[in-house]
Each structure stands twice: as structure tokens, then as C-alpha cells.
Design a binder for this molecule. Structure first.
Ligand code: HEM
Length: 419
């Protein structure tokens, strides 16, 4: 595994709003690290604080660190390390010492939203041959993607692989990520988030359908009869990133350096006991929803906007409903802790369907460093907040599936061939 150690200390000076901060870093790449350059940037603006192209970072000056910045990142071509600054450490400024986590190479969770995406959920046959075949295929995924992607780099082909809880031990022979368990059914008074089986998720994104198709073909050639397809859904971008209900979908996603903070498990997130296999990975939940377009179409635009929490035409956010009243989807899906800190997730939803057969749907996919965040969103949607006032989007959208996976770092996938 690519492990490095870093220590960082920050000394602040200057104005109250934008104090200059002197950042001292000690960075020790591991013997097996191949990177030659590192970058330090901070969460609030994403701007680079310090560039260094040698193997060791020397103390540098960061003039743009925001006083409330709670996260810094050290990134290189191989790593995106998050350096968390706790509230207590912030209070202790101007001189606080922090230690950081190190992470292995991550799968392309943060790939851009493309014109097409294919979501493939597979079950793995439980016999030694099948397990061996799947292990060796997963070890090759990066190479296969590279092989296809090279034929048109502008197609931005990526594939992330998720592994389900039941097959994890046999497939990876590594300790399970702390929160990983099968999708738990959530029963509200009116609607149910169903739990459906799935051992593997392939989330393929590309600007060209043929390029995604070719990758699928090559992967299925390798997998052979070691797997069974549980569900395969091809999604497409609909105008300006709208879902089939007509609303722009994905606006509140984290961007830039907030993406790793929201999506990647760190040693700290896992209570300091994260298995090496988890750090740099991400939990992912998928649900395939079908819409009742006729009923939805009978609502006025204002009624639809109240359900979603944004204006349909220009995507402007509407005010939250007062406590105790029916809340919009946007409000129910906003998770805060007791300190008022919000926990974002990364969604890459895609419309799918076929007008000829009357199928109109949204494939929901959410990546998070913390599975509990997505589970709490689902609880608030299906049970309601307050209980009984469920998310009204569910009166027009029914989940056919619900499955949870863990997307391990690339280094774990690549190690699966070593028997
Ligand atoms: C039928 C399925 C769904 C549809 C059509 C849908 C659509 C939308 C739309 C239009 C928005 C507002 C724009 C935006 O910020 O993206 C939104 C926001 C959001 N949705 Fe969904 N969604 C669906 C299911 C889910 C599920 C199952 C979850 C979580 C488990 C979820 C989590 C979120 C979050 C976190 C936000 C952003 C809230 C904020 O403003 O902070 N959505 N969704």
C-alpha cells in the first residue's frame, strides 16, 4: 500500500477575515511512493497554497487560508490526503499541530457527469472458480478501462467498482469496512425503500455510448459465467442535467476539494481503526426509481417545486418549510450534525427509460465517506421528518431496487490477483 506520513502546523497572522497563515509541512513519502510532486490546497477556495516538486515539502507560506477553513488537502498524482483540523485545534491557533491521514490511489468516484452511464449490478456465483475469475477480472479493471479509453480520450471513460457486504470477505480476504452491511429496508407508513441483492456494482461513465458498451463487452468477456446480471440500466443525460421529473438534478453536489472530504473514507472517519482496505474508499448506495409521469404531470409547476424545494425553470432554491410542516425533498435530504455541520454526498443520478414501454425513471447513486449519512437521508425521505410527513417525491417515484456497496481503493482491486 502507498502510505506516507505527514505532519503540519499552522501559524496565523494578519486580518481577522483573511489572515495569512504560515504552513509548515513535513511530508515523508513511503519507499514505494512514485510521486514527484505535491500540492497543498484548502477546502474553502480550492486555491493552491503551496507547490513543491521535490520529494520532501519544505515549510511554505499560505496567504489565503480562510480562518474557518477546517480542511486542507495534500494532493499528488497518486494521493489526495485530507488534513483535518479539529475545532479545538482551530481554537488553539495560531500554533496548532496536526497529523494527517494517508491514502492510497482512489477509484474515479469524482469523474465528471457524462452523457451516458451504465449501472450494472451483478451477483457472484459462490464457487472457487467463480471467485478466482472475479478476483482476476477486478484486478484488471484499470487496464481494461485504459485499453478502451485510449481509443478516444475525449470520451472520458471511467468505471468504478463496488463490492457488496456478503461477498466482501471471500472476494477481498480483507477486513470489512466498518459501516459496510447490506442495504437495510426502510419501511415508512406509506412507502418502503426495498432492499435487493447485489455483490458487485460497475458504474461506467462516458461521453459516448459505444465506448461504454465496448468496456461492458470486454468486462463481461472476462467475467464469463462467474456472475449473473441482477440489473443493467443505461442512463442518459437529459438536457441541462434534468431528471425526467423536469428538475435540474445534482446542483448541491460538492465540488473541487470538497469531493474527497465528502466521499473518501479516512482513518479518522473510521474511528482511527480503519482497515487499510477502507481508507481512500467510498460507500455507495444505488436505487432504481420509476416515476408515475401521468400523476406528476397533473400537478401544477408550483406544487412540483414545493415537493423538490427548487424552482423548475431556473433551479433557484426555495426556503425551507418551518419545523413540523411538510418538508421538501431538498430539505429532507440535508443532513446536519449537532454542531450544524452539513454532510454532503456525491450523487451521479441519471434518467433512464423507454417511452414506448411507458418506463420513466431515475437511477439514484450516492457516494459517501459515511454510510450513515445516506441511510439518514433515506429515513427522512421514507419515514418523514416529523415522522408521517414523508418526502412527497415518493408519491410519484417508486424504488425497484436498493443495494449498498463499498468502492475500495485501486490498490486493493489490483492486489486481488495475488493468490
Ligand atoms: C426519484 C429519485 C430522486 C430524484 C428524482 C431526485 C431529485 C433531486 C433534485 C431535483 C434535487 C435538487 C437539486 C440538487 O441539489 O440536486 C435533489 C437534491 C438532493 N437529493 Fe435527490 N432525488 C432523488 C432521490 C434521492 C435519494 C434517494 C437521495 C438520498 C438518499 C437524494 C439525495 C439528495 C440530496 C442530498 C440533495 C441535495 C440537498 C441539498 O440541497 O443539500 N435524492 N434531488
Amino acid at each position: 500500500m502507498f502510505v506516507t506520513t505527514t505532519s503540519i502546523s499552522i501559524a496565523r497572522a494578519g486580518s481577522r477575515m483573511y489572515p495569512a497563515a504560515r504552513v509548515s509541512l513535513r511530508f515523508r513519502p513511503s519507499a514505494r511512493s512514485h510521486s514527484s510532486g505535491y500540492r497543498l490546497y484548502h477546502a474553502t477556495t480550492g486555491s493552491t497554497c503551496l507547490d513543491e516538486t521535490t520529494r520532501g515539502l519544505r515549510p511554505g507560506l499560505c496567504s489565503t487560508l480562510h480562518p474557518r477553513a477546517s480542511r486542507l488537502y495534500v494532493s499528488s498524482s497518486l494521493y489526495a490526503h485530507r488534513v483535518s483540523v479539529t475545532a479545538a485545534q482551530r481554537r488553539r491557533c495560531p500554533s496548532s499541530a496536526m497529523s494527517t491521514i494517508a491514502g492510497p490511489r482512489t477509484q474515479p468516484i469524482d469523474a465528471p457527469l457524462t452523457q451516458f452511464a451504465t449501472f450494472i449490478v451483478l451477483s457472484v456465483e459462490r464457487n472457487a472458480d467463480a471467485i478466482r475469475t472475479v478476483r482476476s477480472t477486478l484486478a484488471k479493471v484499470s487496464d481494461v478501462v485504459k485499453n478502451v479509453a485510449f481509443r478516444d480520450a475525449s470520451a472520458q471513460l471511467t468505471c468504478t467498482v463496488g463490492i457488496g457486504s456478503d461477498v466482501w470477505p471471500e472476494l477481498t480476504r480483507q477486513p470489512k469496512p466498518r459501516e459496510l452491511h447490506p442495504f437495510r429496508e426502510i419501511r415508512g407508513a406509506v412507502h418502503t425503500a426495498v432492499s435487493t441483492p447485489g455483490d458487485l456494482l460497475l458504474h461506467i461513465r462516458a461521453e459516448r455510448r459505444d465506448i461504454a458498451f465496448e468496456l461492458e463487452r470486454q468486462l463481461f468477456d472476462l467475467l464469463g459465467d462467474a456472475v449473473r446480471v441482477v440489473d443493467e440500466t443505461v442512463g442518459f443525460r437529459y438536457f441541462d442535467v434534468r431528471d425526467l421529473l423536469g428538475f435540474v438534478d445534482g446542483t448541491a453536489n460538492p465540488v473541487g476539494p470538497d469531493v474527497p472530504a465528502a466521499t473518501l473514507v479516512t482513518a479518522q472517519d473510521d474511528g482511527g481503526v480503519a482497515a487499510e482496505a477502507s481508507v481512500g474508499g467510498s460507500y455507495v448506495v444505488v436505487q432504481k426509481y420509476v416515476h408515475d409521469m401521468a400523476s406528476w404531470g397533473r400537478l401544477s409547476t408550483e406544487a412540483q417545486e414545493a415537493i423538490i424545494g427548487r424552482r423548475k425553470f431556473d433551479n433557484v432554491e426555495l426556503d425551507d418549510a418551518p419545523p413540523g410542516k411538510q418538508r421538501s425533498h431538498k430539505t429532507l435530504a440535508t443532513i446536519e450534525d449537532e454542531n450544524g455541520d452539513e454532510y454532503a454526498i456525491l450523487r451521479d443520478n441519471m434518467p433512464f427509460g423507454s417511452p414506448g414501454s411507458g418506463e420513466f425513471g431515475t437511477y439514484f447513486i450516492g457516494y459517501s465517506a459515511r454510510l450513515w449519512v445516506i441511510e439518514r437521508m433515506l429515513e427522512r425521505m421514507f419515514v418523514g421528518d416529523p415522522p408521517g410527513l414523508h418526502d412527497r417525491i415518493l408519491d410519484f417515484s417508486r424504488p425497484l431496487t436498493g443495494t449498498t456497496f463499498f468502492v475500495p481503493p485501486v490498490s486493493l482491486l489490483e492486489s486481488l490477483d495475488e493468490d
